[in-house]
Design a protein around this ligand. Structure first.
Ligand code: SF4
Length: 98
């Protein structure tokens, strides 16, 4: 058994760097009243915790820490809950620090 401390996902994510394209979010949540089950599942499915509930119980996304893994795209793009695209060239996540 190793004496190394366990590696947490949050610690690894710390090494990523992001270049935010201000005002041009590459993921948008469709306006909604009550979120669909698929949309609610993103609160747990997104590894970067980009999805949160607001005070009205609606799902919001903050794309600043997005790793562009595509999980939310697979779950919700087909039913129209979100619009998903890659960031413009030169923006988004940089993995080379991890
Ligand atoms: S692409 Fe991945 S990291 Fe980015 S918001 Fe969707 S689930 Fe989260």
């Amino acid at each position: 058994m190793s004496n190394e401390p366990p590696v947490r996902v949050q610690d690894k994510l710390f090494y990523n760097r992001y270049r935010v394209d201000t005002g041009r979010a590459h993921i948008k949540v469709r306006p909604h009243g009550t979120p669909s089950p698929q949309l609610l599942s993103l609160l747990k499915a997104c590894p970067a915790r980009c999805y949160e509930l607001n005070d009205q119980g609606q799902v919001e996304v903050t794309i600043d820490g997005c790793m562009e893994c595509g999980t939310c795209r697979i779950i919700c793009e087909e039913n129209g809950d979100i619009e998903w695209s890659y960031p413009r060239g030169g923006y988004g996540v940089l993995f080379k620090f991890g």
